[in-house]
Unconditional design. Sequence first.
Length: 416
Amino acid sequence: MESRPLAPALARLAALLAGLLAGPLAPAAAWATPFPPCTPGACTLREAAARAGIAIGAALEAGQATLADPAGALVAAELSSVTPENAGKWQTLSPAPGVYDFAGLDAIVAYAEAHALRVRGHTLVWGRSNGPPAWLEAALAATPDPAAYLRALVREHAGTVVSRYAGRIESWDVVNEPLALFTGEPDPASPYQRVLGTGFIGEAFHAARAADPTARLFLNEIFTEFRDAKFDGLVALLRDLLADGVPIDGVGLQGHFGFGAPDRADLTAKLGALAALGLDVEITELDLPMLLFESAADPLAAQAAAYADVFAACLAVARCTGITTWGVGDGDSWLDRAEIFSFFAPNRPLLFDASLAPKPAYFAVREVLLAVPEPGPGVLLGLGAAALAGRPGTRPGRSARTDPATRALAPPTPPA
Ligand code: G3I
């Protein structure tokens, strides 16, 4: 087929699009004109990430979820997503059987809604640390049928929490870290695994799906990025769960790279392997402590390059829909309080320093995001068609790309 000059065709397409935007699409033009002004060097991470088609977030504590808090003000200005660091955990929410205190999680969700931030719910069922409620073991010891009791309890907890925020929390870490810390085997320390076997995972996901069919449901895992055996165990677990009809929409690779700096190609391959299962993927708890970079000539530049690698890996995989750092400023990091890493404190693992000033890593991330080419007319037309069909486009932070080079944008919220 002879090759025809492209320019006339593009000109015709542009004219068609202009006509659509001025005519039948005019009422929906707010959806179909998706590109917020984004002048390189003046962009926020929020604008740059939206332009690249992903959400960018940080973990917050309930007390930070206000513009009166410097970290809360920074997240509202610079980011598009927030994850409750501790407010949504079962132990935090439920001080006694059947008793719930939602004040902290309510505060974070209300703050997010006030500032058009996506919320990643974290986390319904986690078998380690302060995941399980403090009263669980005593309750299990007191019941004649621990399995029946725990199965019902998991369903009730997931249903109670997810239904409270139905339509308000965009995605949930339904189950966090079901595998052992450093292997691909089920976690022997988990009371859920001990009493119910791996079946507890399906119980939680089915209950969450029933409570809010609009939420994306994630399985979230730690330390798989640099431990291939654990990653292989995660993939095997996901295949089994999906084959059993467990309603999983996505996988979170946490991105706590304290044991080894990210390898861009390897991370891209891992994200791609998970996407190939038909799942969305996100980097859900990213931090890159300075202990990884101390031997570099310029440690902060080396940290910036590592952050750029992680973002580039996500942007290379169409179903990677967001990246969240685990904390806002370096003064927030759990690493400075954690068993192994507190020895290296201050770990300084985040995009903003302890006074919330942007670090070289912030600018490196923005550069990677702005390097994503403007979506072509085909994507624009796709957005226009979506608007015409009355679909308001994908939810914040959920974007699908029409081709590897570009991404459909999550359209901006139309003017009130
Ligand atoms: O709020 C209490 C405070 O009132 C009390 O005085 C203090 C001392 O006991 O404890 C405070 O609670 C601590 C909480 O962090 C808030 O700082 C808990 O003891 C402590 O266990 C909790 O640690 C959290 C850890 O998960 C365990 O839940 C970290 O902040 C949090 O960053 C960390 O995050 C996890 C993710 O949820 C899952 N992936 C791994 C990641 C790192 O462990």
